[in-house]
Design a protein around this ligand. Structure first.
Ligand code: SF4
Length: 170
């Protein structure tokens, strides 16, 4: 979805967003119930934690058993990351959160507004002017993200300081 500003080969070489330190476990991929069930049955080595939000069941990838040391900086790769080929999931199974990375839909606690914000740690997107990202979100991607979040409210994360806001809506 971000091919206008992120080159596929840049993401393929980087894969920063497909590995997770312990402090980033809140960011592991979220799967709609039917996708989680299908991938579980196919036994592709992923462990999911089942959650419910607003009546919707979803699964979050659980990597807590994948760390070999106590080093908080150690990274654990997503179970669907092939070190040579990248993400092994089909477009149908790939989580929406992964498709819109480094965009995130977030809510400040006590606020009715949902914002679309930029994850500041993506190494590639930091080279794209913020105004260009705002334009892309406000004119093209924002409404798609709000529409998906309406159907899948669990993708809305708590707002974190330092994430530049590109769009906001009640
Ligand atoms: S599901 Fe695919 S794109 Fe998402 S974190 Fe895992 S390997 Fe990366």
């Amino acid at each position: 979805m971000l091919s206008k500003v992120l080159d596929k080969s840049t993401c393929a070489d980087c894969r920063f967003c497909c590995s997770f330190r312990r402090c980033s476990l809140w960011e592991t991929p979220l799967f709609p119930e039917e996708t989680m069930n299908r991938l579980s049955e196919a036994d592709r080595g992923a462990v999911f934690v089942k959650h419910e939000n607003d009546g919707k069941i979803y699964g979050q990838m659980d990597l807590t058993g994948c760390y070999r040391t106590q080093d908080s900086e150690e990274e654990a790769p997503c179970a669907f990351l092939d070190p040579d080929k990248g993400c092994m999931l089909s477009d149908e199974d790939k989580p929406f959160d992964c498709k819109i990375w480094p965009l995130r839909i977030m809510k400040k606690s006590g606020d009715n507004k949902c914002v679309i914000a930029l994850t500041p740690t993506c190494p590639a997107i930091n080279k794209v002017p913020l105004e260009k990202m705002k334009e892309l979100v406000q004119e093209e991607l924002g409404e798609k993200i709000y529409a998906y979040a309406k159907e899948h409210p669990y993708i809305v994360k708590e707002y974190r300081e330092g994430f530049p806001v590109l769009m906001e809506k009640n």
